[in-house]
Design a protein around this ligand. Structure first.
Ligand SMILES: *[C@@H]1O[C@H](CO)[C@@H](O)[C@H](O)[C@H]1NC(C)=O
Length: 184
């Protein structure tokens, strides 16, 4: 009996551990392997793609492109708006670019070919704060508080992603242990 408890606890711990890693997702920019190019019809199609994604801390952006024709620059907002390729935050030209999204907030990427950027080969990715990872149901928009303080509507910035992940894993362990007992 004791070994069964031990088994179910360690199984659940293992699952919790792996699921916290499994949350990290690779986002192929544009949704297809040939999407990093001048958009053919809608000039803003890369941002239309980005708006439909949920970017979370720890996720990766992935680009596939011909590195003889193109590259990926991470730039400031100003450089994004003006397609200024002269001093990027980071430059990638390996044809198989992977960028980890380590902190919340906006990321700006443009083509290293300025003319392509000007024709719409650029994308803004907004990474959610750590708190919004799991707060789908707990949105303050549903709270019945007609507070005049508009700051109350804005979710506070969460402590760290680590705390949120650990909390989720702890909940899973408790649920799993209970399930283990019920099975006996
Ligand atoms: C591009 O950015 C660099 C560095 O921020 C700046 O010195 C330069 O004037 C900018 N070029 C244009 C055309 O805005």
């Amino acid at each position: 009996m004791a070994s069964r408890i031990f088994f179910s606890v360690s199984l659940v711990l293992t699952i919790a551990l792996f699921s916290s890693f499994a949350e990290a997702k690779d986002h192929l920019v544009g949704g297809t392997s040939d999407a990093w190019k001048v958009p053919s019809s809608q000039s803003d199609s890369l941002n239309k793609w980005a708006e439909k994604q949920r970017f979370q801390i720890g996720d990766n952006l992935v680009w596939k492109y011909d590195n003889k024709q193109d590259s990926v620059l991470q730039v400031t907002r100003e450089a994004y708006l003006s397609c200024n390729t002269s001093s990027p935050v980071a430059e990638y030209k390996d044809g198989q670019t992977k960028v980890e999204l380590k902190k919340p907030g906006p990321y700006y990427f443009i083509s290293g070919t300025q003319a392509n950027c000007e024709k719409g080969e650029k994308v803004i990715v907004v990474v959610m704060s750590a708190r919004s990872r799991r707060s789908g149901a707990a949105s303050p928009a549903f709270a019945p508080s007609p507070s005049p303080n508009s700051e109350a509507e804005t979710p506070a910035v969460a402590p760290t992603s680590g705390a949120s992940g650990a909390k989720g894993s702890a909940v899973m362990v408790v649920v799993g242990v209970l399930a283990g007992f019920l099975m006996m």
